[in-house]
Design a protein around this ligand. Structure first.
Ligand code: TZP
Ligand code: MG
Length: 222
């Protein structure tokens, strides 16, 4: 195996669904399956915050979601927990600035996908140097999903990265909906990563389709 190419990564970032059991009001597996059927391109298992599963329960839930991902050919990324990702032979890991150092995680992951959250040009450059395959930028819009989220930045950081010649695949995060997704991609993002927009949707499949269309419109206007 070799590292994922930037072009392949960009395709996967188009509709990146992130979810944990506590982000759902109904059966999480049912929501995920509906979303996958409608064309989610990448999935992140993010089991954290109030009421999150731990230990065995977390492990089994992750396994169920990974199984579903395999069924629908959606790569399975694990948030923060590098050991879990390796144990499950997941497709990759996403880490933030306060998690294990990206350089170390890259060594452990070998060729698996590594995503790193960055909030400015310096953090982005560092993540690239440390072996990231893509960078998550946000919160782009106000969100109540992440309690310790940093200041809302709109699309300004994405624009700054593009203006400074950053070519690594980029995905926006935070408060993204079908209504604002186009503007994020227009600014230079390769796609959108969302939790609530899909996990709380009365029709997850309808929501995925709307996000996909908005992303394609935004990319066409880059
Ligand atoms: N990182 C920055 S904002 C955020 C994370 C994990 C939460 C995004 O959730 P939502 O519900 O799509 O706003
Ligand atoms: Mg983290």
């Amino acid at each position: 195996m070799s590292r994922i190419s930037a072009d392949e990564m960009r395709q996967l970032l188009k509709v990146y669904f992130i979810m944990g059991s506590n982000n759902c009001k109904e059966n999480p597996l049912k929501i995920a399956e509906e979303a996958f059927k409608a064309g989610v391109t990448l999935f992140q298992f993010r089991e954290k915050g109030n009421g999150a599963l731990t230990g065995e329960a977390k492990y089994h839930f992750a396994k169920e979601l990974q199984h579903l991902c395999k069924q629908y050919d959606v790569p399975f990324i694990v948030n923060d927990d590098v050991e879990l990702a390796l144990e499950l032979d997941a497709d990759g890991v996403h880490i933030g600035q306060d998690d294990e150092a990206a350089e170390q995680v890259r060594k452990k992951l070998r060729d698996k996908i590594l995503g790193v959250s960055a909030h400015n040009l310096e953090e982005a450059q560092q993540a690239i140097e440390n072996g990231a395959d893509y960078i998550g930028i946000g919160p782009v819009f106000p969100t109540s999903t992440k309690e310790d989220a940093k200041e809302v930045q709109g699309t300004s950081v994405i624009r700054v990265l593009k203006e400074n010649g950053i070519t690594i695949p980029i995905v926006g995060i935070g408060g993204i909906t079908p209504e604002n997704a186009e503007s994020i991609c227009e600014a230079g993002s390769d796609g959108v990563s969302v939790i609530t927009a899909i996990s709380h949707a009365s029709s997850p499949s309808g929501r995925v389709q709307m996000l996909k269309q908005a992303v394609e419109r935004g990319i066409a206007n880059q």
